[in-house]
Design a protein around this ligand. Structure first.
Ligand code: NAD
Ligand code: LMR
Length: 335
């Protein structure tokens, strides 16, 4: 048995590919550790309730020490009741022939309804992570429909992009991924995102000192601009092509990383990327949910400010900002 008071965690789309990974990882203590009890509030649409009951049966069968209770529901007033954390995963995923933008309107309605329900039923301090695509604009819609919840509590997932970018740099520089620090993903979780290595370092801990090398000095510019950036931007599409389904285990893993770091703090003089309400930093349109480099401390994130941005980066950041502004205009009537 765990010792702390149980926290309530909702997952929407819990019978889907990502939900099926996420529920077990959270229930087993991989989010908040072995001494934190968890009540899982699993939400699905009505046709998927039978499948969700099967997920709950399997969760029971795991006999997790950290899992206190499972709620299975297709009603948001039950699923969001008193929750402390929300993983908003449920949405229609993109298939090989659909662009993300085409999903925008269909999924937007789901997130306006969920924003309203979070406002009414969740704990006022609920921390919300939107995974369902288009994640940034869905987070914006949910936030705008939840006036009683601090806008800072609505975030979108770009941690998968961040992790993908780190992994590619580690491979290229013959490092372990844990040695790659200060990666940045700017902007939208889409093909306009900008994986930026301007501040990225390879940090090795020796027996008495720490040795840091700048990644921009270890890789050539052509590889960075022509290979690395498109690879990270298109990684989701490549996975859909290879698997015939969008990334799931890696997405669930990134969702755990995002929420854990937000709640427990970032460490080791490192940054992570989170889609958060823009405060106008770096001339980004205020209010759009934009991925920034952040640090987290005491359950709060802070955007890393005053970085020098060169012309190349400025153009890339501008492009992804424009896309997010267009997405915001397309869903205006739901805000
Ligand atoms: P999936 O189709 O396997 O599962 C989605 C589940 O959501 C389904 O079980 C469906 O019944 C449920 N659902 C649909 N509408 C719902 C609603 N209104 N309320 C509750 N549940 C609902 O999809 P998946 O592979 O798990 O992906 C889920 C979402 O995550 C997709 O939008 C996908 O594009 C997105 N995604 C985001 C990232 C990211 O990095 N941000 C990465 C991968 C996938
Ligand atoms: C991903 O990044 O793997 C997903 O968001 C896939 C997608 O739908 O683009």
């Amino acid at each position: 048995m765990s010792t702390k008071k149980a926290v309530r965690i909702a997952i929407t789309g819990a019978a889907g590919q990502i939900g099926y990974q996420l529920a077990f990882r959270i229930a087993s203590g991989q989010l908040f550790g072995k001494d934190q009890s968890i009540i899982l509030q699993l939400i699905e649409i009505t046709p998927a309730i039978e499948a969700l009951k099967g997920v709950a049966m399997e969760l029971d069968d795991c006999s997790f020490d950290t899992l206190d209770k499972i709620i299975v529901t297709d009603k948001l007033e039950i699923g969001f009741k008193d929750i402390n954390y929300a993983f908003l995963v449920g949405a229609k995923p993109r298939t090989a022939d659909i662009e993300r933008k085409d999903l925008l309107l269909g999924n937007a309605k789901i997130f306006s309804e969920q924003g309203k329900s979070l406002n009414m039923f969740a704990d006022n301090n609920v921390k919300v992570l939107v995974v369902g695509n288009p994640a940034n604009t869905n987070a914006l819609i949910a936030r705008e429909n939840a006036p009683n919840i601090d806008p800072k509590n609505f975030t979108a997932m770009t941690r998968l992009d961040h992790n993908r970018a780190k992994a590619q740099i580690a491979i290229k520089t013959n490092a372990h991924v844990s040695e790659i620090k200060k990666m940045i993903i700017w902007g939208n979780h889409s093909a306009t995102q900008y994986p930026d290595i301007s501040y990225c370092v390879k940090r090795k801990r020796g027996p008495i000192s720490i040795h840091e090398e700048k990644i921009i000095e270890l890789v050539n510019q052509e590889w960075y601009r022509e290979k690395f950036i498109p690879l990270v931007q298109q990684r989701g599409t490549e996975i859909i092509k290879a698997r015939g389904a969008s990334s799931a285990a890696s997405a669930a893993s990134a969702a755990i990383d995002h929420m854990r770091d937000w709640v427990q703090g970032t460490s080791d003089n490192d940054w992570v990327s989170m889609g958060v309400a823009s405060d106008g930093s770096y001339s980004i349109s205020e209010g759009v949910v934009f991925s920034y480099p952040v640090i987290c401390n005491n359950g709060e994130y802070s955007i890393i400010k005053n970085l020098d941005i060169d012309e190349f980066s400025n153009d890339k950041i501008g492009l992804t900002n424009n896309e997010l502004r267009e997405e915001r205009s397309a869903v205006e009537e739901l805000l």
